[in-house]
Structure formats: structure tokens, C-alpha cells
Design a protein around this ligand. Structure first.
Ligand code: F3S
Length: 397
């Protein structure tokens, strides 16, 4: 694999031991993947940083890097961790302390501690720029919505890529590797406007085409719905890449580059008819996978305003970001709290003990990604609900 002079110097150790070790791994992986050279990335997004998932070995690895004075070479953001940094939610102190050590190690390497899986909502991402991102929903989103290029990379590999500011050029980092292989046409007269339906559609597409790359012909009526489509698709797809007709920048170019794509028709009414609430046995509602942005939180605020002084009978937890919280007035946050609706920061139920620590063993959720991970990762059951209907069942149970 070709290396320029600067990359050779990093590999030789001219920039320190940590950089040299990171380069060794990047180059070895590049050779295995038959990459012709390295490419410079603009940003990195690290995932897999909850103490629940990486434990003491992961913490020691990160602390070892900080001792060698390693610093990130590019703008680097971080996924949700195992705790809400503003509220302990009854999580054990030892867990919280260990999680803070992980956060502090990442901070000392220069990471921006946004601790969200939706960094794309707060970055200006230009099309046809390179990135090294690990969180699958975010990978799917910047590829499909911005035509910004990243593979779905493992978390530890992104740490190394962020240190050297480079990834091997292979797969989705090449135009050839991004050409869709299937045209997926969704039949239905109206744009899709239900989060649960969009999530189920994402799952169905991934199941239908395996490691193929879809060119999706469907209409969606909000960013919230597109987030659900892509998060679910990315959960079930090995690469998380799709092109969406009329949405992905350069979609026309991708369309003309396809060579005899396989055609798949999906009837949205088949998905809708299987998507109703099956039972009402749940302890809490969870929303915010992927993290809710300001528009999604404001739709909840408007729902609560319309309810007047009524309070949800079951608690509702909404994962969101510090950016959103800082936009809301204290009055709005209090109104939500008084209605038994709680904003949760910097974390995600599948990498945190927080739902169990607030006594929720079965949650109602609209997120197909949560439905996949909750039982596997933290032993929590779910029932599915759809957007506003999730709030209806919390208030009216
Ligand atoms: Fe984000 Fe967790 Fe969902 S990281 S995408 S809230 S599974």
C-alpha cells in the first residue's frame, strides 16, 4: 500500500509511540483489505465507550493511550456512554466512577464529549468528504443524507483512525464500492410518516438484500422518520449503506452507474398491517433511539401542552442531547417532568443500566433498533408502539 512521506514518518515513530502503533494497525488492516492507499478523514466518531460493554480492559486500553500522550488528529466525537452525566438515575457509584474514567481518558485525547449517537445533527457535513465513524445509525445517515463517505467501522479502529487522521481506501471509500446493486421500490401512495413503519421498512430492506446496496425509491415526510428507517436498516445491514432517491446528494449519478440492478418491490401495507400494539403490558415508554433532536422533543412538548395538567400514568424516558436541553426553557423542562416525562442525557438504554435502575423491565418503544438490542444487551423486554401512540398509551393506560 502506498504511503506518503508524512504517513511513513508516523509509522516510523517520528510522532511518538502511540501514533506509530496506531499506524501499524491501520496499515496492516489496509493491506488485508487490499487498499491502495490511505485517505485523510475530516471527522471521527467513536462508539463502544460504555463501561457496561468495554469493562476494565477497555478502560485500561484508553488510559494506556492517554499515558503515552496520544492526541486525536481530527475532530472527534463520542457516542452515548453508560451514564447520564446530569442525573445518576440510581446507577451504582462504582459504575459511574469507572464510566467517568473512560470519559476523562477520551477528553484528555481531545475528543469532543457530545456523547450522542446523532452527531450528524450538529455538524455541517459536506458531501463527498471522508469520515471514520463507528455508530451504525450515524454511518447510515451521513452516507444516505449527505453522501459523506464512511464505512461502518469498529469502535477501537476508529480510535486509531482518529489518532492518525486516516483510514485505508477500500469499500465505501471508493465510488465503485458505493454503486447500488438493488432498486427497492416501496409501493404506497402517501409519504411514510410513522417512525415504527419506517423502522420496520429498514429491517425488511436489509433482510431482503443482505449485503447488497439498495437504491431506495420511497418518500418520507420528516427527518425523524428517516432517522428510524436508517437506524433500523443499519442494525440489520452489514454495511449500513443505502442511496435514497431524490434525497441522497448525487443520487442521479448513483442511479446511472447501476449495472443491471436486481429489482425488489415492497408493499408498505404489508408492513402496516402487522405493526399494531399487541399488548399493553409495560413499565415505561422509551423514546430517543436515535437520540431525539429538537423537532422530535418539541412534538412531545406540544403533545403535553394539549394534555393540560394531565400526567402520564407510566413514566416516559426520552434520550436526547445537551444541545437540545440547552435550547429548552426551564419552564418546558419542568412541564415535562410534572407530566412524568423525563429527558435523559448522554446515554442509551442498551449500553446503560439506567432502565433497570428505575424499575423498567419491559418498555414500549417505537425504535426497531431498541427492539433488537434491549433483550440481548440488558435483558429488557419491549412492546412496540408508533410515534404519538407511544405517548397515548403512557397517558391512558
Ligand atoms: Fe443511539 Fe443507543 Fe439507539 S446509541 S441509535 S440510542 S441503540
Amino acid at each position: 500500500m502506498y504511503l506518503n512521506k508524512y504517513e511513513e514518518a508516523m509509522l516510523r515513530g517520528d510522532y511518538g509511540d502511540a501514533i506509530a502503533r496506531a499506524m501499524q494497525v491501520i496499515v496492516r488492516v489496509g493491506d488485508v483489505l487490499k487498499a491502495d492507499r490511505l485517505i485523510e478523514i475530516e471527522t471521527a466518531h467513536i462508539a463502544g465507550v460504555s463501561y457496561l460493554t468495554i469493562g476494565d480492559p477497555g478502560l485500561e486500553y484508553l488510559e494506556d493511550l492517554t499515558r503515552s500522550n496520544a492526541k486525536f488528529h481530527v475532530f472527534t466525537t463520542v457516542n452515548p456512554v453508560g451514564i447520564d452525566i446530569a442525573n445518576d438515575w440510581g446507577i451504582e457509584k462504582e459504575f459511574i466512577d469507572k464510566q467517568w474514567k473512560i470519559i476523562n481518558a477520551l477528553r484528555s485525547m481531545g475528543a469532543s464529549l457530545w456523547l450522542t449517537c446523532t452527531p450528524y445533527e450538529y455538524l455541517r457535513i459536506r458531501s463527498r468528504t471522508y469520515h471514520a465513524w463507528a455508530e451504525s445509525n450515524a454511518v447510515a445517515y451521513i452516507n444516505a443524507v449527505h453522501d459523506a463517505w464512511t464505512e461502518k467501522l469498529p469502535g477501537p479502529f476508529v480510535v486509531l483512525s482518529a489518532l492518525v487522521g486516516r483510514v485505508p481506501r477500500y469499500g465505501l471509500y471508493t465510488l465503485k464500492g458505493r454503486v447500488p446493486t438493488h432498486v427497492v421500490k416501496v409501493n404506497g401512495k402517501q409519504p411514510i410518516n410513522d417512525p415504527l413503519i419506517a423502522g420496520l421498512l429498514g429491517k425488511k430492506i436489509a433482510e431482503e438484500i443482505g449485503d447488497g446496496r439498495p437504491y431506495l425509491m420511497a418518500r418520507f415526510n420528516s427527518n425523524a422518520v428517516i432517522k428510524q428507517l436508517l437506524a433500523s436498516y443499519a442494525t440489520y445491514s452489514p454495511h449500513a449503506f443505502m442511496v435514497i432517491d431524490e434525497l441522497t446528494p448525487n443520487h442521479k449519478e448513483y442511479f446511472t452507474m447501476m449495472d443491471k440492478p436486481e429489482k425488489i418491490d415492497i408493499d408498505i401495507s404489508d408492513i402496516v398491517k402487522n405493526a399494531g400494539i399487541k399488548n399493553h403490558d409495560f413499565d415505561a415508554v422509551f423514546l430517543g433511539c436515535p437520540h431525539y433532536g429538537i423537532d422530535e422533543v418539541m412534538s412531545v412538548v406540544n403533545y403535553v401542552r394539549n394534555k393540560g395538567t394531565k400526567k402520564a400514568k407510566k413514566p416516559v424516558y426520552i434520550a436526547t442531547t445537551s444541545f437540545v436541553i440547552n435550547t429548552l426553557s426551564q419552564g418546558i423542562i419542568k412541564m415535562l417532568e410534572d407530566s412524568n416525562i423525563h429527558l435523559v442525557l448522554t446515554t442509551c438504554p442498551v449500553v446503560s443500566p439506567f432502565l433497570k435502575s428505575v424499575g423498567a423491565n419491559t418498555v414500549a418503544t417505537e425504535s426497531v433498533k431498541q427492539m433488537y438490542y434491549l433483550p440481548k444487551m440488558v435483558g429488557i423486554n419491549y412492546i412496540s408502539c408508533n410515534g404519538i401512540e407511544c405517548l397515548d398509551i403512557a397517558f391512558d393506560e
